[in-house]
Design a protein around this ligand. Structure first.
Ligand code: ADP
Ligand code: MG
Length: 339
């Protein structure tokens, strides 16, 4: 029998990987904004058209890239963020898989303009369906701009699978809010179809929440803080009277990365026991700092699910710290559940 196994060409491998990393416009927003954060930007602008279906552009004033790095950034497994597998356990960056740009370029039209602060001219690179279509020297602002157009242009099934603009925009805004909540020191702005949706000046954690969710949020917030050997916890919960039937604002950040954790969510709910009605949900913005060695962020391509070494301890600390905060703010238990 003849041999039949072949290595897939790069552009095919990239398109397959893209299926995992890029589900919808919001996935592109997440990857591009995280790259801007990793590049040390202090100002990040997100420009979106048609909920990201026609354009997603992220402009940052971060480090920028040399011409060689700009070209390499679109290669699969090309990253400046880790060098060895051990580095995974001391990560200080959002990215590390070196897959995002390669994946995005495989399924869209991408134009990157980038310049390191010390260089006089920059580089413009255009990619289409994973192929380089042009690379030239250009005059451009220091930092990086990546524009992603016509997402899924070469995968009609994916493109047709996208939801309405309203739904896709909701996902984009969710991603934008998550990353801007994680980095209140960075100035963010978001525009949709030419309208100014968010302008977030550099500030602190409380002010960032208020700038995103409105000035009335301020009086809803109860500060939470705890400092133990395994966990440094800070952030806010909404006062119990602001618990809602809809899930509302619920955010966990571990080492400034937004994560989802049904288990830790349960710990928060447990802290509110007796204070909120059943079927209502507490709101929270909780920031956990944990030794990166005791967290595994590499269990899912989008990195929103992570594994903790000692979940039970985190659960207990979280629950008791929140209970304590609620107690300190003299929040009386809700005695009459029927009202
Ligand atoms: P990862 O973020 O996992 O390293 P990416 O494909 O997202 O992989 O990016 C590849 C590389 O390109 C990064 O490691 C970084 O060196 C460079 N890069 C990407 N975006 C930017 C940016 N906005 N500013 C500076 N460098 C960037
Ligand atoms: Mg990245």
């Amino acid at each position: 029998m003849a041999d039949i196994i072949q290595l897939l060409p790069d552009h095919v491998a990239n398109q397959i990987a893209a299926g995992e990393v890029v589900q919808r416009p919001a996935s592109v927003v997440k990857e591009l904004v995280e790259n801007a954060v990793d590049a040390g930007a202090t100002e990040i602008r997100l420009i979106v058209k048609d909920a990201g279906k026609t354009l997603i552009q992220v402009v940052d004033n971060g480090a920028g890239m040399t011409a060689t790095d700009a070209r390499l950034s679109f290669e699969r497994h090309a990253t400046s963020k880790i060098r060895s597998a051990e580095d995974l356990f001391s990560l200080g960056t959002k990215g590390f898989r070196g897959e995002a740009l390669a994946s995005i370029a495989a399924i869209a039209h991408v134009e990157m303009n980038t310049r390191p602060h010390d260089d006089e001219v920059g580089t413009r690179i255009c990619m289409e369906g994973g192929k380089l279509t042009s690379q030239e020297v250009t005059v451009t602002a220091a930092g990086t701009s990546v524009a992603v157009k016509n997402l899924f242009f070469n995968i009609p099934a994916r493109r047709n699978f996208l939801k309405s603009n309203q739904v896709e925009l909701r996902h984009v805004i969710d991603e934008f809010q998550r990353v801007s909540l994680a980095h209140p020191d960075i100035q963010f702005a978001m525009y949709h179809n030419g309208n100014d949706l968010f302008t977030l000046p550099s500030s602190n954690y409380r002010q960032r929440v208020v700038n995103i969710f409105g000035s009335r949020t301020n009086e809803k917030l109860v500060p939470v803080s705890e400092n133990t050997e395994v966990l440094k916890l800070s952030g806010f919960v909404y006062k119990p009277e602001h618990a809602r039937k809809s899930r509302g604002e619920q955010f966990f950040f571990v080492n400034n990365r937004f994560i989802k954790s049904p288990y830790l969510h349960h710990a928060v709910v447990a802290a509110f026991e007796g204070l909120i009605r059943e079927q209502t949900h507490p709101g929270y913005f909780l920031y956990l700092e944990i030794d990166p060695k005791s967290v595994d962020v590499n269990i899912h391509p989008t990195k929103t699910e992570i594994k903790f070494d000692d979940e039970h301890t985190l659960y207990a600390i979280l629950r008791s710290a929140i209970k304590h905060s609620l107690g300190q703010f003299n929040i009386a238990p809700l005695l009459d559940f029927e009202k």
